[in-house]
Design a protein around this ligand. Structure first.
Ligand SMILES: NC(=O)c1ccc[n+]([C@@H]2O[C@H](COP(=O)([O-])OP(=O)(O)OC[C@H]3O[C@@H](n4cnc5c(N)ncnc54)[C@H](OP(=O)(O)O)[C@@H]3O)[C@@H](O)[C@H]2O)c1
Ligand SMILES: [Zn+2]
Length: 368
């Protein structure tokens, strides 16, 4: 199999890995292609949902005896430990595979190089690093959770061409059109949590649900310091149908949080910073303990300003509407104290813009 062909097959494996998005977390998305001895594709598979068989097993099942003497191409180092399923390396060895090509090592401490070592010890020829950058990008949230013990945070906002997220009267519904809002809804359905500041709940009274089929039920998280969210707010009133967590400072009174608990919300008391606000880092670590992998931060400006200075923005989901609002006092997406100089700006890489009706969606990722 030539290096070109290998890259092509790895590309295919990365594509099928996508089928698990929103379903496998906190596991990684993984895709696998099996070639026979002559280099022809005889099996393909992906990890489709948490607890379901791993991609290697699916592809090897499809390949059957044709895998003997063949090559296995996989987007992540095969596992060597007993998790929800037995180790894939054992299965690869018993299937008679001669060569394994993996895009990247698994940072998960129980695997981390041990899978590769076990394959080599069995006499299998192993290569790591084909389309590694693409594989790391695909599983950036998983890598973040494993390496930083916190979820991957995507900051989301919808803004006008002149960078306003609300009009001077404070209203921000609806900056973008139907297509963009439908797209954002689908994105919500892939998340473990949707976070907003108390100011946004007061201003917009959003639902923050994903009204799409097969959606993951992201926990709605409202961050505030003084428990001033009205109990009749949508996110509170519907907490029994769709989970809501209210995060308050550790010094918030029991009386202040009782209405939330009575409505079925989970109340989390979080350490506060010297500025007297909820510590986002402490919250991030708690989310990590819950194995939350993908978190969407939908604003507002004040909260995103804190995420920025605390170094907790990993990616941006930008919706751009071809409109102008103007106004010196109209909000822009990220407030707070900001970063002091151009040189200290958070550098992002932008993906391709997607046209959604009159609007655009532009995903961006922090360079790491
Ligand atoms: N176009 C869009 O995409 C979009 C999205 C969201 C919101 N918006 C607009 O943005 C506006 C609301 O934004 P906002 O900036 O006023 O409010 P916000 O960011 O939603 O909420 C700010 C509040 O969060 C609480 N908080 C607790 N810990 C914090 C921390 N570590 N850092 C920052 N805040 C913390 C504070 O409450 P305490 O005062 O109790 O400390 C603060 O007042 C609305 O007009 C809304 O329509 C637009
Ligand atoms: Zn496995």
């Amino acid at each position: 199999v030539t290096p070109d062909r290998l890259q092509e097959r790895m590309q295919r494996a990365l594509e099928v890995a996508e089928q698990g998005r929103g379903l496998v977390e906190p596991n990684p998305m993984v895709g696998c292609v099996v070639l026979n001895e002559a280099g022809a594709e005889v099996g393909i598979g992906s990890h489709l949902a948490f607890g379901r068989p791993h991609a290697e097993v699916v592809a090897l099942d499809r390949a059957g005896k044709a895998a003997v003497g063949g090559t296995l191409i996989v987007t992540l180092e095969p596992c060597s430990h007993f998790g929800k399923t037995p180790p894939c390396v054992d299965r690869i060895i018993s299937a008679g595979i001669k060569r394994v090509v993996a895009a990247m090592l698994d940072p998960f401490p129980e695997v981390a190089g041990k899978g590769i070592a076990k394959l080599r010890a069995a006499g299998i020829d192993v290569e790591v690093g084909v389309l590694e950058e693409e594989a790391r990008a695909l599983n950036a949230p998983y890598v973040c959770l494993v390496e930083r013990n916190r979820p991957y945070f995507r900051a989301k906002w919808a803004m006008t061409a002149d960078g306003r997220t609300a009009a001077v009267d404070g209203s921000s519904k609806w900056i973008t059109g139907d297509e963009a809002r439908f797209h954002a809804n689908i994105r919500r359905g892939l998340m473990d949590a949707i976070v907003v500041g108390a100011g946004t709940v007061l201003a917009d009274d959003p639902n923050l649900t994903a009204r799409v089929k097969f959606a993951r039920k992201a926990v709605r998280v409202v961050i505030e310091s003084r428990a001033c969210t009205p109990p009749q707010a949508n996110v509170v009133a519907t907490a029994r149908e769709w989970p809501t967590m209210i995060v308050v400072g550790e010094d918030a009174s029991v009386e202040a949080t009782k209405p939330f608990e009575d409505a079925g919300c989970e109340v989390m008391r979080s350490p506060i910073t010297s500025a007297g606000r909820v510590s986002l880092l402490a919250l991030a670590m708690e989310m990590g303990r819950r194995r939350w992998t993908n978190v969407l931060v939908e604003g507002g400006a004040e909260l995103l300003g804190s995420f920025l200075v605390e170094g907790l923005i990993d990616a941006v989901e930008l919706y751009l509407a071809p409109k102008i609002l103007g106004g010196r006092s109209a909000l822009s997406p990220v407030g707070g104290i900001g970063l002091p100089t151009i040189a200290s700006a958070l550098q992002l890489d932008a993906g391709d813009a997607v046209r959604l009706g009159d609007d655009y969606y532009i995903p961006m990722w922090v360079r790491r």
